[in-house]
Ligand binder design. Sequence first.
Ligand code: DGL
Length: 289
Amino acid sequence: MKELTTQNNTIKNLPIGIFDSGVGGLTVYRALHNRLPNEHFIYLGDTARVPYGTKSLSTVERYALENAVFLASRGIKMLVVACNTASALALPKIRETIGLDVVGVIGPGARKAAKIADRIGVIATEATVSSGAYEKAIKLAKETAEVIQTACPLFVPLSEEGWTQEVETFSIAKRYLSKIIEFQPEAVVLGCTHYPILRDVIQQTVGENVTLIDSGEACAEEVAELLERMNLANPNQVSGKRNLCDDLDHFYVTDAAYRFANVAERFLGAKPTKLEDIELAELKVKSKK
Ligand code: DGL
């Protein structure tokens, strides 16, 4: 009995693993960090192989599995798939392979939207839109919901460039979102990691009366509930306010760490304290074991 309690306490102290195709998942990291200040995180950004949003199911599944196996090998208590595309295409495979609780962003975002709206717009990458994952998850939560989806691929580079207020960004948003606006939704799901960075542009384009749902924030809520339910929350209180990217969190990327650090500063206002470049080969070897 004592042994079991000690084991459980050790698990509670483990970090939560997060992976994304690159830098975009930092918006999910931010939501998790803000909601769960006592938790530590290990983040993997697959910057060598980004974007996932234009790739096929089998490729995204393979990349996502390699990322998941790598993080599991570092010792984590739970895995968050921050990438919407990987959540849409690879969640079943990851769950089948990893002996851990896995939380994606699609289910939480869809459930939150269904809770507050009947007419829902979803914006996401091409691969997420073609998978129909959001629509299925929304209809599972609310059968009568009406859903429209649109891919907004240029939002990814625009947010990485920091073009959050430019006239060009507004005109691209107007063009991408015209069908959504015509549909007159009550809520629009930001179904891609990068879109919260363009929140103001999107909100002004669809109108102030439309509620924007941030899937990363919805995911952080569900992770907090799951940690409580599973009795896995870290009991150690961190004294004072924690900063994003402090030395309790560890970041890995598969390429160009300097670029990741610069975009992190743009997205979060801070560069990761602990940031390591790993070889793609290291991911592949880990997933074969
Ligand atoms: N992280 C991806 C997502 O949320 C966007 C970037 C990509 O295409 O890889 O779908």
